[in-house]
Design a protein around this ligand. Structure first.
Ligand code: NDP
Ligand code: BG6
Length: 479
């Protein structure tokens, strides 16, 4: 059946070309945007996607004309979808007055259609309903695939062949996991590209939408005091830490198949690492930033099995010899995501002899706390007030909630808005994904082949003791 498929695809190609020519603006008043949440009955849709869409609506960030559709196999009426969605919507603290009214207006723009993920016919029905709502306007269509990965390709095929926009743009947000190693990821990309161009695919890594991760580049590139220090010359090690104080909850099956390295390290922490370590991009354009991130990923050597949580730079002058440590775990004693930058010792520090502290305590440390309690703080040495000469360590602290009263938007809000606006900076390009998998695939395979037994740790503890020995091998103490 190649011929009809090809014909359809050729049709799609010409649609894409038209789109580029016409370049419909989401706020031109003449076009409309239809956002379809595929897998609308699921956990992510309820917990994150609908609330993020409402928050954007509440802040007047969505286009003037838009409609939201839920699509899944479960049978539901529009009213039932609205009832389900209404349970998780919240309003921003600073503008509560019109909350109920805004929610009602938002819900009136939400509709539902039930169908299979592999049915061209069911997606064609969706297309008909979308058209009714689009009422002859030029339509832009965004599909959010909030479904298990084994059905991504079928859903993309059916959405693109039966329900893509006929004149405006069509974009598809794809949720992780993007494969489970280099081969399966490449196969997924190849399959998706049968139906979509790279610039229609928005691979989401929600950590890139977090406020403090966004702020990382601002911190580096707009403060003279940081950028010159951002290299092996001054930095001893960099720690990327993710911990959750709860377990896999209802996702045990998924975890058995993917594990924490694929769930957190290969994507969230590695994306932060790439942003942290990249050279200054030529501009803030998506492609310039993504080019620099790819260079970082390609300059790292694949992780070895006896280094399991360490990626170290090779042939990269800026970071030569600086250990980058990643730690990610569930069911630990605390919940946090942070970047810790430990600086080198001050050469010949005059105060070491008098400080009564060991060398480690006397070095500066910059902490970027992504969550909870977003903050950027710098540990400095100062003198304890008084007649004596005793040194102390204090924090210069930018605690967001003390500095800004406005609530920080959820990562999904920023990313959904970017997808609607066609901003690709915070989404993963396919060569970035390939480079990220190239780093992790060898060690994951090795671990699986060697059937390495994990070190068991009690629920709620500080995690495997081995992590400390590993860090010590590189002369690092976890922060
Ligand atoms: P769910 O397991 O809740 O699945 C979403 C929907 O997909 C379900 O409501 C169900 O809808 C349909 N579905 C589930 N299993 C199957 C199946 N085997 N075959 C066909 N349809 C199925 O997933 P989540 O909402 O938790 O996650 C969606 C995507 O987002 C996944 O790719 C996940 O990895 C990713 N993700 C999720 C996060 C989370 O916090 N939940 C965080 C980050 C990423 P119906 O039966 O009505 O068709
Ligand atoms: C997801 C992981 O990508 O991120 C989950 O699959 C994890 O295992 C979640 O719990 C953490 O996200 P956040 O935004 O709650 O830190």
């Amino acid at each position: 059946n190649e011929a009809p498929l090809k014909k359809l695809k050729d049709g799609l190609t010409s649609v894409k070309e038209n789109t580029q020519l016409s370049n419909f603006d989401v706020n031109d008043g003449k076009s409309t945007t239809s956002i379809t949440v595929v897998g609308a009955s699921g956990d992510l849709a309820k917990k994150k996607i609908f609330p993020a869409l409402f928050a954007l609506y509440y802040e007047d960030c969505l286009p003037e004309h838009f409609t939201i559709f839920g699509y899944a196999r479960s049978k539901m009426t529009d009213a039932e979808l609205r009832n389900m969605v209404s349970k998780t919507l919240t309003c921003r603290i600073d503008k509560r007055e019109n909350c109920g009214e805004k929610m009602e207006q938002f819900l009136q723009r939400c509709f539902y259609h039930s169908g299979q993920y592999d049915s061209l016919e069911n997606f064609a029905e969706l297309d008909e309903i979308l058209k009714e709502h689009e009422a002859g306007r030029v339509s832009n269509r965004l599909f959010y695939l909030s479904i298990p990965p084994n059905i991504f390709v079928n859903a993309v095929k059916c959405a693109s062949l039966s329900a893509s926009a006929s004149a405006g743009w069509t974009r598809v947000i794809v949720e992780k996991p993007f494969g489970r190693d280099s081969e399966s990821s490449a196969a997924l990309t190849k399959s998706l590209k049968q139906y979509l161009d790279e610039d229609q695919i928005f691979r989401i890594d929600h950590y890139l939408g977090k406020e403090l991760v966004e702020n990382l580049s601002v911190l580096r590139f707009s403060n003279l005091i940081f950028e010159p220090l951002w290299s092996r010359q001054y930095i001893r090690n960099v720690q990327l830490i993710f911990s959750e104080d709860f377990g896999t909850e209802g996702r045990g099956g998924y975890f058995d198949h993917y594990g924490i390295m694929r769930d957190i390290m290969q994507n969230h922490l590695l994306q932060i690492l790439a942003l942290f370590a990249m050279e200054t991009p030529v501009s803030l354009d998506a492609e310039d930033i993504r080019n620099e991130k790819v260079k970082v990923l390609r300059s790292m050597r694949p992780i070895r099995v006896d280094d399991v949580i360490i990626g170290q730079y090779k042939n990269n002058a800026r970071w030569d010899g600086v250990p980058f440590l990643m730690k990610a775990g569930k069911a630990l004693h605390d919940k946090r995501a942070e970047i810790r930058v430990q600086f080198r010792h001050v050469p010949g520090n005059l105060y070491n002899r008098n400080s009564g502290t060991d060398l480690d305590l006397a070095t500066n440390e910059l902490v970027i706390r992504v969550q909870p309690d977003e903050a950027i703080y710098l540990k400095i040495n100062n003198k304890v007030p008084g007649l004596g000469m005793r040194l102390d360590r204090s924090n210069l602290n930018l605690l967001y909630k003390a500095r800004y009263s406005k609530e920080i938007p959820d990562a999904y809000e920023r990313l959904l808005l970017d997808a609607v606006e066609g901003e690709r900076r915070l989404f993963i390009r396919s060569d970035e994904l390939d480079a990220a998998w190239a780093l992790f695939t060898p060690v994951l395979k090795d671990l699986e082949e060697k059937k390495k037994i994990p070190e068991y740790y009690p629920y709620g503890s500080r995690g495997p003791v081995g992590a400390h020995y590993l860090a010590a091998r590189y002369n690092v103490k976890w922060g």
